[in-house]
Design a protein around this ligand. Structure first.
Ligand code: BES
Ligand code: MN
Ligand code: MN
Length: 460
C-alpha cells in the first residue's frame, strides 16, 4: 500500500476547522473550511474555482477543468460540513484536535466526510502530476457545507445550474463498507423528512402543585401525539397514507440481498443494543435499507437537571425524522404527518388555534429530501466495482443503505446523471457519534481507487 503521509498531514489540518453547519456560531469556520477546499482544488491543478453563497447559506465550492470537451466528464462531490460534537465528554481526544490511534484518525468529520472528500482532491493532485497539461478526463467538483443540515443551498443552486453540473456521471465518496473485509457500493439510499412538533401551553413554567390539574400540561399533550406515530408491536408507522407510495422490494433487491453478508448479531453488537426490533414481515437488512420508518430524535420538556423540580412546563417539543424510500414524496409525507398530528391530539387540542384552547400544537418541517435508487448494473457502477476489487482485494457487494445524501437524488433524478457511491468508511467509524474515526489505510487506498477510476474513464 502506498502511503501518502504529506496528504495525511493536510487532512489533519482540514479536520482542525470546526465546520459544524447546523450551529450558527460556526459561520466563520464554514468560510475557512470552504477556503481550504478551494485551495486544495487549486493545488490539484484546477484554476477555475468559484465560491457561491445562496441565500446567506454556507459557501458552495464549484470547480472545473475541461481540457477537451470531447473527453468524458466526471463530477466529484463531497461535503466539508460536519455534525455537532455533543456529548463532548465522551470523546477520548477533542473532536477538532485530530489524534492518530491504532492506524485511524480520530476527529469529527474524519470519515463523514472530510477524509473521503480529500481522497478525491488528493487523487487529482497525484493524477495532475501524471497527466501534465493535457488531462484525458474533464473534471467538475462541487463541495457543499450544508449536507448535514439538509442541503438547501446546493439544492437551489443545482436546480439553476444544470448545465454547469452536467457530466457523464457523478462520484460521491460519503458511504461505508458493509463489513471490514467486504467493500460495498450503494445503489440506493433512503430519503428523509425531518419534522418538529411544538406544544405550548401556559405563559411560563408553573408550580405543578399550585397549577397542576387546572391547566393542560404540554408534555402530556406531546406524549399523546408521539405515542400515536408508530406501533411498537408491529413496527408500523401509524400516519394514515404513510405507506401509499412505497414500492415493494423488487426481485433484483432480493437477488442482491442474498449476496450481502449482513450479520444480524454484528449489527446488534455495533448498535450496542440488546436485540433487533422493527417492522414485522421484513428482515433487519430490509428494515434499515428498503423500508420507511419513523424515529423520535429528541424531546424537550420541563426540568432536565438532576433531582426533582416541581414544575409544569410552558412548552414541550420533539424532533422526529422519517426515513423514506424512493417514490415516497417528501412534501406529501410532511403534509400527512402534520395532518395526523393535528387530528390525533384531543379535540380541545386540535382546535388549538381557537381562543381558549388549552395548548397550541405547531408542526413544521425542518428539511426533507427524496431517496434514490440507482441501476445496480450500470456500466459506471460496474467499473467502480472492478476498481474497488483491485484496490481492496475483494469484490464489492451491492447494497442499499438507510441514510441519506440529498444531492445524490438531485444528480440522479433532476440532472439524469448516473451516480457512483465510492465509499471508503468502515461500519464502525462512528459517524455522527463521539470518537468518529477514519482509518488511514482506507484513506490511502481511497486515493488509489479514485485515481484508478478516473484513469479508466480517461482511457475510454
Ligand atoms: N454520509 C452520510 C450518509 C451515509 C452514511 C450514507 C453512511 C451511507 C452510509 C451523510 O453525511 C448523512 O449523515 N446524511 C444525513 C442527511 C440529513 C442530515 C439530511 C442523514 O442521513 O442523516
Ligand atoms: Mn456524509
Ligand atoms: Mn453525515
Amino acid at each position: 500500500m502506498k502511503e501518502y503521509t504529506d496528504y495525511l498531514d493536510e487532512l489533519l489540518d482540514f479536520l482542525r476547522i470546526p465546520s459544524v453547519s447546523t450551529l450558527p456560531e460556526h459561520g466563520d469556520d464554514m468560510i475557512r473550511a470552504a477556503g481550504w477546499v478551494a485551495d486544495a482544488i487549486r493545488k490539484a491543478g484546477i484554476d477555475f474555482v468559484e465560491t457561491h453563497v445562496v441565500d446567506g447559506g454556507h459557501p458552495l465550492v464549484f470547480a472545473e477543468r475541461i481540457d477537451d470537451p470531447a473527453n468524458p466528464t466526471v463530477l466529484l462531490y463531497g461535503h466539508y460540513d460536519v455534525q455537532p460534537v455533543d456529548p463532548l465528554d465522551e470523546w477520548k481526544s477533542p473532536p477538532f484536535s485530530p489524534e492518530i490511534r491504532g492506524g485511524a484518525i480520530y476527529a469529527r468529520g474524519s470519515s463523514d466526510d472530510k477524509g473521503q472528500l480529500c481522497t478525491h482532491l488528493f487523487a487529482l493532485r497525484e493524477l495532475s502530476a501524471k497527466w501534465g497539461d493535457k488531462w484525458p478526463v474533464n473534471i467538475k467538483i462541487i463541495a457543499e457545507g450544508e449536507e448535514e443540515a439538509g442541503g438547501a443551498s446546493i439544492e437551489k443552486w443545482a436546480a439553476e445550474n444544470h448545465e454547469k453540473l452536467a457530466a457523464d456521471f457523478a462520484v460521491i465518496s460519503d458511504t461505508a463498507f458493509l463489513k471490514r473485509d467486504t467493500p460495498s457500493i450503494d445503489y440506493g439510499l433512503r430519503g428523509i423528512v425531518y419534522m418538529e412538533i411544538e406544544v405550548t401551553g401556559p405563559g411560563r413554567d408553573l408550580h405543578s402543585g399550585v397549577y397542576g390539574g387546572g391547566v393542560m400540561n404540554p408534555g402530556s399533550a406531546l406524549a399523546r401525539i408521539l405515542d400515536s406515530l408508530i406501533d411498537l408491536e408491529t413496527g408500523r408507522v401509524l400516519i394514515p397514507g404513510f405507506y401509499d407510495d412505497v414500492v415493494a422490494i423488487t426481485e433484483t433487491d432480493r437477488r442482491l440481498a442474498a449476496e450481502v453478508p449482513f450479520e444480524e448479531s454484528k449489527f446488534i453488537e455495533q448498535a450496542g443494543a440488546k436485540t433487533c426490533w422493527g417492522e414485522s414481515g421484513y428482515s433487519t437488512y430490509e428494515r434499515i435499507t428498503s423500508r420507511p420508518t419513523l424515529d423520535i430524535n429528541g424531546i424537550t420538556c420541563g426540568f432536565q437537571g438532576e433531582g426533582a423540580k416541581t414544575v409544569l412546563p410552558r412548552r414541550a417539543s420533539a424532533k422526529v425524522s422519517m426515513r423514506i424510500v424512493p417514490n415516497q414524496n417528501p412534501d406529501d409525507i410532511a403534509r400527512k404527518f402534520c395532518e395526523h398530528v393535528n387530528a390525533i391530539a384531543p379535540p380541545q387540542v386540535s382546535v388549538a388555534q381557537v381562543t381558549g384552547a388549552p395548548v397550541t400544537v405547531e408542526c413544521r418541517k425542518i428539511h426533507a429530501a427524496s431517496g434514490v435508487l440507482l441501476n445496480p448494473e450500470s456500466p459506471h457502477i460496474s467499473a467502480a466495482r472492478d476498481v474497488m476489487e483491485e484496490v481492496f482485494g475483494a469484490r464489492p457487494v451491492l447494497i442499499r443503505s438507510g441514510a441519506s445524501i440529498p444531492i445524490a437524488t438531485i444528480f440522479n433524478v433532476e440532472l439524469g446523471m448516473d451516480v457512483v457511491f465510492l465509499g471508503f468508511g468502515m461500519p464502525d467509524d462512528a459517524l455522527h457519534s463521539p470518537n468518529e474515526k477514519f482509518e488511514i489505510a482506507q484513506f490511502y487506498k481511497g486515493i488509489e481507487a479514485v485515481m484508478k477510476l478516473l484513469e479508466r474513464v480517461g482511457k475510454r
